[in-house]
Design a protein around this ligand. Structure first.
Ligand code: MG
Length: 231
C-alpha cells in the first residue's frame, strides 16, 4: 500500500535552479551597471560574493533574525563592503533590477520536470518555500511548473519560516492531511529536513553536492530521478 499521499517540495535549489538563474541575471547586471568600473573584478567573482553574502542573510532570515526587507536592503551593500567599495556606490536600482530579472529565469534542476511528470498521477504535489510571495509565484510560472502543484505555501503567506514546525502545521491544515501522509523533499538539511522532523513528517534530503549533516533524514538522494526508488 502506498505510504504517502502528499509530497511537499521545496522550490529554490530543489526544483528551481537558483544558482544558475541568479548567475545569469547577476552577469547581465554586472555588465549593465558596469560594476567592473566600481571595482568588482568579474561577473564570476560577483556571483561568488553574492552567494556568500546572500546566503548569510538567508541564514539569518531562516531563524527570524532578519525579514524580507532586511535581506533586500542589505545584500548588495554587503557585497560592496566585502570588496571594500563605498556602499554609497551601490546603484540605487540594482536590487530592484535583480528582483525583476531573476525570478523570471526558467532553469530547473536536472530531471525536475521528468520527476514531476512521474509523480503527478500518484501523489498530490505541493510547495513549501521560505521564499517570498512575489518572487516564488513568478519562478513557478516562468519555469512552467506551476500547474503541477495544488497548494503553494510561502513563509510570507504562512507567517512562519522553515524549520519552524508551524509552517508545516499551516500546510497540513490546508491539505486536511496527517503528518504520516506527507513527505517533505528539499535540499536544506537545516530548514527542510529539520523542519519536517519537527512536524513529524518524513523527509527526503536532496543532496546533489554530497554535503554532510548531523540531521538524520528518512531518505537521502543525490539526483531527483532517485525519487523513483522511494516513490
Ligand atoms: Mg532550497
Amino acid at each position: 500500500m502506498k505510504k504517502y499521499k502528499h509530497l511537499l517540495f521545496d522550490l529554490d535549489h530543489t526544483l528551481w535552479d537558483y544558482d544558475r538563474n541568479a548567475f545569469e541575471s547577476l552577469s547581465d547586471l554586472y555588465h549593465q551597471f558596469d560594476l567592473k568600473s566600481l571595482g568588482i573584478p568579474s561577473a564570476d567573482d560577483f556571483f561568488s560574493t553574492f552567494k556568500r553574502e546572500n546566503g548569510a542573510l538567508w541564514k539569518l532570515h531562516n531563524v527570524n533574525l532578519i525579514d524580507k526587507a532586511g535581506i533586500r536592503a542589505n545584500r548588495f551593500p554587503n557585497i560592496f563592503k566585502a570588496y571594500e567599495i563605498d556602499v554609497r556606490a551601490v546603484p540605487c536600482d540594482l536590487e530592484q533590477a535583480f528582483n525583476q530579472l531573476t525570478p523570471a529565469k526558467q532553469h530547473l534542476l536536472p530531471g525536475a520536470v521528468e520527476i514531476l511528470d512521474y509523480l503527478k498521477s500518484s501523489y498530490a504535489l505541493h510547495i513549501i518555500t521560505n521564499g517570498f510571495e512575489d518572487t516564488q509565484y513568478t519562478k513557478l510560472t516562468a519555469s512552467g511548473i506551476s500547474n503541477y502543484f495544488d497548494v503553494v505555501v510561502t513563509s510570507e503567506s504562512s507567517g512562519f519560516t522553515k524549520p519552524d514546525r508551524r509552517i508545516f502545521d499551516f500546510t497540513l491544515k490546508q491539505l486536511k492531511a496527517k503528518p504520516t501522509e506527507c513527505l517533505m523533499i528539499g535540499d536544506n538539511a537545516d530548514t527542510d529536513i529539520l523542519g519536517a522532523i519537527n512536524a513529524a513528517i518524513d523527509q527526503v534530503w536532496f543532496n546533489p553536492h554530497h554535503g554532510v549533516t548531523q540531521t538524520k533524514p528518512t531518505y537521502m538522494i543525490n539526483m531527483l530521478k532517485d525519487l523513483k526508488d522511494i516513490l
